[in-house]
Design a protein around this ligand. Structure first.
Ligand SMILES: [Zn+2]
Ligand SMILES: [Zn+2]
Length: 250
């Protein structure tokens, strides 16, 4: 398979609200994590950091311009690969251990990471069999209700377990922006990883429905507006009511 040079690995798109979308276009869409950079007055925030197969710091200078907090929406391999490159790292308490001691199994690199998840491979010396996430112990442990303060912007931590136990969304009331991680995006949701929980998932979706969201930047797939947000959650909740799984749904 073709290899992509490091300088062509990331694609960077500036959006509204001082949000920049960074992606790894050569990873197939279903596996491709969205990386979000938010500019604040005093400091910046990075929501997730991709697979870590090419240095973000080296090839996306935007992330080195200001003091920056690298937040993990959760700790699956596709979201935390470059966290070790940043001095300040935050994760929910329930996945702090994972960020500090990642393995191929606990980050889901095993079984997902094979050459099949790419349209073209990262540069040498990348190899799918040797791939692993580097440890990046958190410097800040997050709990529900905590606030990430960028000076003029404030993001509230909303604990959204279900996809994984320490999943979080980040909510900015002033702009109506929600970074949702993997609990909700406009594509097939994953509810059956080794540490997923159906009861938690249902509670998280019910809770999210109450937020007056204007725009959602999710962990995967394109961003969407508040109407689509409410539609996606309602459809998901309706489907659970019609086809309950074997597990107790609270
Ligand atoms: Zn995930
Ligand atoms: Zn993901």
């Amino acid at each position: 398979m073709q290899r992509i040079p490091a300088d062509k690995w990331y694609a960077v798109t500036r959006l509204d609200d001082d949000v920049t979308y960074i992606c790894e276009p050569h990873i197939k869409e279903f596996y491709r994590c969205n990386i979000w950079h938010v500019r604040g007055r005093d400091s910046d925030m990075l929501v997730d950091s991709g697979m870590g197969v090419v240095s973000l710091r080296e090839w996306v200078p935007l992330v080195t311009e200001r003091p920056l907090l690298a937040v993990a929406s959760h700790t699956h391999f596709d979201h935390i690969g470059c966290h070790h490159e940043f001095e300040c790292r935050a994760v929910h308490a329930a996945e702090a251990e994972l960020l500090a001691q990642p393995t191929r199994a606990n980050t889901l690199a095993d079984p997902y990471v094979t050459d099949d998840i790419f349209d073209a491979l990262p540069p040498e010396p990348y190899c799918s069999k040797c791939y692993g996430v580097m440890a990046a112990p958190a410097t800040r442990i997050l709990q529900d209700g905590d606030v990430i303060d960028l000076g003029d912007r404030h993001f509230e931590v909303v604990h959204t377990p279900g996809h994984s136990p320490g999943g979080i969304a980040l909510w900015e009331e002033r702009t109506g922006i929600l970074f949702s991680g993997d609990i909700l995006y406009d594509g097939p949701l994953i509810e059956d990883t080794y540490h997923s929980d159906a009861t938690d998932y249902l509670a998280s979706m019910k809770r999210l429905l109450d937020y007056p969201v204007r725009v959602v930047h999710g962990g995967h797939f394109p961003s969407f507006d508040g109407a689509r947000y409410r539609q996606l959650i309602r459809h998901w909740l309706d489907a659970k009511r019609d086809r309950p799984t074997g597990q107790r749904l609270g």
